[in-house]
Ligand binder design. Structure first.
Ligand code: NOJ
Ligand code: CA
Length: 664
């Protein structure tokens, strides 16, 4: 009897425990992804995740560390809330104008004896999850000293990432076993078993960026870019962090087609977005990187009035909306020295007012360029005066740049940097200015909330081909699956003079990084065209010298191209190997395909075209009869949604297609 009572008591305790511990798991709408929050005996929170019943992330720590509040432990669960969302929303521009946000939300409310309240908010979508911390502490302000968020992979796999660096993303990709990565920036893309995934973050404001730092063979923790004194972030006592995200797909291209990052950002804060419009552009830019022109005034000055007018004429004649001139403003002599640029005064040989009026008369938009050299205090002191002036001149687009170290030990990717980049976005919105940011902070989907934040660099762009070993076709086949998962990139594609014949003919050419004589573009010309489609950017540049486009039959592609996509889909691809992307703008479609150093033949069904319509397909392809990367052919045929296209690509090659509905 006594034994029986004991047993019942034991069972009773167990029953009470079960009855009192709320369900803290949540499943994706399709039921495939399940994640759960738990606490250990010290009240330290953790998460885990499985896909189709198989663990992908095993129990991994959560929480932050601060100086004056216990944000890490002693928690007990004081409530659980659930929510479901299934809504379709639209954006003024993007790969897709219409997006579906379908997720299940779990909010676990935690409290510890020190009076710290923590809401762990988790959203699970069919294509992954995001979670974030919402802290309410008794402190007025605090210093974050560490983030404990961990990602403990259940098994090893392959990964693609760049090294973790607090000042640059312009680094080569590394393809490594997950267990072989010491430190990585995000997006951190992997294949584990049959699944593809990518870790990143969403809605990064007033907080440092996150790296992944290996703690144990398959365990990574969030590492935050520090401020000069080692503190990671200075925050008020009540704060919300960015989302930590994990995208998941069965195919590598599912990661590209996911809108999880945008879904985790807030709707637009700009009410009237009528002035925010995708554009194609050309500019005085490549000549400087090739070393045939310079940013400063003198005989090789690129941004002269004559050159500007010539570019405006070219843009007007070729269905190109914007023109960019680098080196138009005084101060370039200080680049790499004390970095003091004048953001208002043009050089004497650049008649800004005349150029602005000429551009307006031709219906072309004049862009401005602000290189800051990383001198943030100087830029912040002058940027409003500059933007005011640009608004007066009818200028709506600004390329900014941060080529240079920040002062006083601040890094580009720290909370200080994040705050600065955001101040520029918000100020630009006030002056109705769209931004193209080079040497930026990584994109985390804030373009949804601030749709004037159009595009950014944030990876090795075209410039690297001018003065380094260059960007290989394997790099270009990796980019869409890693950096581009975070958002648009101003790669500046489209060099037609692949071997730099024009620059090589110039005996006075400047050599930027030692000997540039062996530099060239590492792909075929057809691939350069395809990159206009593959590398999504609402501001898309034809980056070559305009004299290399004049009279070139293949430039028709850019003339016809519309960067204002309504719909996009990555159709097939493998990381580092090949990629095929299609986009629709109005009733026309554009397709871009690219391969790595292997020649490839792909069959692409055209089921994405509108059924019942016959399209004129203009195909820009590699010429297999020539070993030259400049060799291309253009073919025309009629195709429908019922057809398939055979895409033949040379090593480092590509293929681009325009589909125009045939007039009835
Ligand atoms: C680096 C940028 O990426 C490039 O586009 C620009 O020409 C130089 N900085 C000078 O601003
Ligand atoms: Ca750059």
């Amino acid at each position: 009897m006594k034994r029986m009572l004991h047993r019942l008591a034991a069972a009773g305790v167990a029953l009470v425990t079960i009855a009192c511990s709320p369900d803290t798991s949540v499943t994706s709408p399709d039921g495939r992804i399940r994640t759960a929050i738990s606490l250990d005996r010290d009240g330290v929170p953790a998460w885990q995740l499985e896909v189709d019943g198989t663990p992908l992330i095993v129990r991994s720590r959560l929480g932050l560390e601060a100086d004056v509040a216990n944000l890490a432990s002693g928690f007990s669960i004081v409530g659980v809330e659930r929510n479901r969302c299934d809504e379709t929303w639209t954006q003024p521009w993007g790969e897709n104008k219409e997006l579906r946000d379908r997720h299940h939300e779990l909010a676990v409310r935690l409290q510890n004896p020190e009076g710290v309240l923590l809401v762990l908010r988790v959203r699970v979508f069919d294509d992954g999850l995001g979670f974030r911390y919402e802290y309410r502490t008794p402190a007025d302000s605090l210093c974050i000293t560490d983030e404990h968020t961990a990602f403990a992979f259940a098994q090893d796999g392959l990964s693609w990432s760049i090294d973790g660096n607090y000042d640059t993303y312009e680094l080569p990709y590394r393809k490594l076993p997950v267990s072989g990565v010491e430190r990585a920036n995000t997006p951190f893309t992997f294949r584990i078993g049959a699944l593809y995934g990518s870790i990143h973050e969403a809605a990064l404001y007033d907080y440092p960026e996150m790296h992944l730092l290996r703690q144990d063979s398959l365990v990574f923790k969030a590492e935050l870019a520090p401020l000069p004194d080692g503190v990671k972030a200075r925050l008020g006592g009540c704060f919300t962090t960015p989302w930590r995200t994990l995208q998941i797909g069965d195919r590598a291209v599912d990661l590209i087609n996911s809108s999880l990052i945008l879904n985790l950002n807030e709707p637009s804060k700009i009410a009237d977005t009528s002035w925010i419009r995708p554009q194609k552009y050309v500019g005085v830019w490549w000549g400087m990187h090739l070393g045939t022109q310079v940013w400063t005034m003198g005989p090789r000055h690129g941004a002269t009035t004559g050159n500007a007018l010539r570019h405006i004429d070219f843009a007007a004649a070729n269905n190109i909306q914007g023109v960019l001139f680098e080196g138009w403003n005084r101060g370039w002599e200080s680049w790499g020295r004390d970095q003091r640029f004048d953001y208002v005064e043009p050089y004497a040989d650049f008649d800004l007012e005349r150029i602005a009026a000429y551009a307006a008369g031709k219906g072309v938009e004049l862009w401005m360029h602000n290189e800051t050299g990383g001198n943030i205090p100087d830029y912040e002191a002058n940027m409003e005066r500059a933007m005011k002036r640009y608004a007066e001149l009818g200028i709506h687009t600004l390329k900014t740049g941060y080529a240079g170290g920040f002062r006083e030990g601040y890094s580009h990717h720290s909370q200080y940097g994040v705050q600065h980049y955001q101040r520029v976005v918000e100020l630009a919105a006030r002056y109705r200015i769209m931004l193209d940011v080079h040497e930026p902070i990584k994109e985390t989907g804030i373009r949804r909330t601030w749709p004037n934040m159009m595009t950014r660099e944030g990876a090795r762009g075209m410039e690297w081909n001018a003065w380094s070993e260059g960007n290989s076709s394997e790099y270009l086949c990796t980019l869409p699956f890693v950096r581009l998962l975070s958002g648009p990139m101003d790669y500046t594609p489209g060099i037609f003079d692949i071997y730099y014949e024009r620059a090589k003919a110039d005996p006075g050419r400047i050599q930027w990084n030692g000997d540039n004589s062996q530099c060239s573009v590492k792909t075929t010309l057809a691939r350069q065209i395809a990159n206009w489609v593959i590398i999504y950017s609402p501001l898309q540049m034809a980056a070559d010298l305009i004299e290399n486009y004049e009279g070139h039959p293949a430039f028709r592609f850019f003339r016809d191209f519309d960067p204002d996509s309504d719909w996009s889909e990555a159709l097939q691809g493998e990381i580092g190997e090949y990629i095929v992307v299609a986009r629709r703008a109005g009733d026309r479609y554009f397709l871009g395909a690219g391969t790595n150093s292997e020649a490839r033949s792909l069959v692409q069904p055209l089921g994405f075209l509108k059924p019942g319509i016959t399209y004129t397909a203009r195909i820009y392809a590699d010429d297999p009869t020539s070993p030259l990367r400049t060799a291309y052919r253009i073919e025309e045929c009629r195709l429908t949604a019922a057809d398939s296209l055979r895409i033949g690509m040379a090593p480092d090659g590509g293929c681009a297609v325009t589909f125009e509905p045939l007039a009835e």
